[in-house]
Design a binder for this molecule. Structure first.
Ligand SMILES: Cc1ncc(COP(=O)(O)O)c(C=O)c1O
Length: 392
């Protein structure tokens, strides 16, 4: 397998390089197999067949039926479709939606928009390690609740939620359950039936597929309305000419992940644990964000006392290491992460966060390099920190 680049990449939660095996599969779809799935001629039929084969490959990864997978352009779109589509199709039953306080911005903002349209939203708290309590879900469900949407694994802190228990509660109460599984999809086993999931969002570019392809699993029989109207592609739920190269790549990425998940997860867990242990041992005044065990194998997230996360990211970048403060979205806003604030961190503490996310090409040598340079960077930054001078 090829190296990502000469730079060291520790931001796999933001996006991943496309696996060269996926690139190889996609290329003919830009030239010879470029047809439109809606065309009746041979080119169209080839595209249509590739689309249906891809649907099957994606469905298999989560134990779904292939007709329960709708392809979209991004998980942002899938999440918008899940929330708005369920909300408007089920208005007669009720107008109440439950989410958590640590959702990705595309869920938070969709919920906020629905509030402005007259829906009522409950935002559930999390504990210090970022976990939603299933009992809180149970207590929050009322007669007019139509949807619960809880993120499967946090993009920032990697905490994995008790999705199976939450799904069971929703099933018993007759409420649709959606989960944003963008960060867990292809990394940990998911079975939509065993986990009582009615809708699930995933994105190709977080799992070594190309950007611009994603999906929404929608359980058969679910009442949902489209948010895009047009030619009626994807069973009328996502009108747009279908992005065949992207979808074929996404499906191939799913096939590879399914085959390699167990081994890769073990390898990454070892590397992650070495990284977390090393950082906590070598540096004073540093804390792990998120759950120590119930977390993604590729996520390490810390907060450093008396330092801004952004300055650590800049210093790491100067040494060839790409990292982030939290999600790609909150990094751009320079606002403290709503996830860390929901876990009880104060503004200044949340500003000191650093996320190192590992992936398919992360090596032990790279972990060792981070463990060598990070204590030096922290030492230097603390020397010039306006918050505290006599720390190191
Ligand atoms: C948990 C989570 N949900 C949704 C998204 C949005 O995915 P996309 O980039 O495909 O729109 C992301 C990406 O940052 C994510 O991490």
């Amino acid at each position: 397998m090829s190296k990502v680049s000469k730079k060291i990449y520790f931001d796999y939660a933001a996006t991943t390089p496309v696996d060269p095996r996926v690139v190889k599969i996609i290329l003919p779809y830009f030239t010879d197999k470029f047809g439109n799935t809606m065309s009746l001629h041979g080119f169209g039929q080839i595209a249509k067949q590739s689309l249906e084969e891809s649907r099957e490959k994606v469905a298999i990864l989560i134990g779904a039926k292939s007709n329960e997978i709708i392809f979209t352009g991004s998980a942002t779109e899938s999440n918008n479709l899940a929330l708005k589509g369920i909300a408007f199709a089920n208005r007669r039953k009720g107008n109440h939606i439950i989410i958590s306080k640590i959702e990705h911005p595309c869920i938070m903002e969709s919920a906020k928009w629905l509030e402005a349209q007259g829906f009522e939203v409950t935002r559930l708290p999390v504990d210090k390690q970022g976990l939603v309590n299933p009992n809180d879900v149970k207590k929050a469900i009322k007669k007019k609740t139509i949807l619960v949407s809880i993120i499967h694994a946090s993009n920032e802190i990697g905490t994995i939620q008790p999705i199976k228990e939450i799904g069971k509660i929703c099933k018993e109460k007759g409420v649709y359950f959606h989960t944003d599984a963008v960060q867990s999809f292809g990394k940990i086993p998911i079975d939509v039936n065993k986990m009582n999931i009615d809708l699930l969002s995933a994105s190709s570019h977080k799992m070594y597929g190309p950007k611009g392809a994603a999906c929404l699993f929608i359980r058969e029989g679910t009442r949902i309305e489209p948010i895009l109207h047009g030619g009626g592609q994807e069973s009328g739920l996502r009108s747009s000419t279908v992005n065949i190269p992207g979808i074929v790549g996404f499906a191939e990425a799913c096939k590879i992940s399914k085959k390699e998940m167990k081994k890769e997860s073990r390898r990454l867990t070892e590397l992650r644990d070495k990284l977390i242990k090393g950082v906590l041992q070598k540096i004073r005044g540093v804390h792990l964000n998120g759950h120590p065990k119930k977390r993604l194998s590729n996520n390490a997230n810390f907060w450093f006392e008396f330092i801004e996360g952004e300055s650590i990211v800049i210093q790491l970048d100067l040494l060839g290491i790409a990292a982030s403060t939290g999600s790609a979205c909150s990094s751009a806003k320079l606002e403290p992460s709503h996830v860390l604030l929901a876990m009880g961190l104060r503004d200044q503490e949340a500003h000191g966060s650093l996320r190192l996310s590992l992936g398919r090409w992360t090596t032990e040598k790279e972990i060792n390099y981070v463990l060598k340079v990070l204590p030096e960077i922290i030492g230097k930054l603390r020397e010039i920190s306006p918050y505290k001078k006599d720390y190191v």
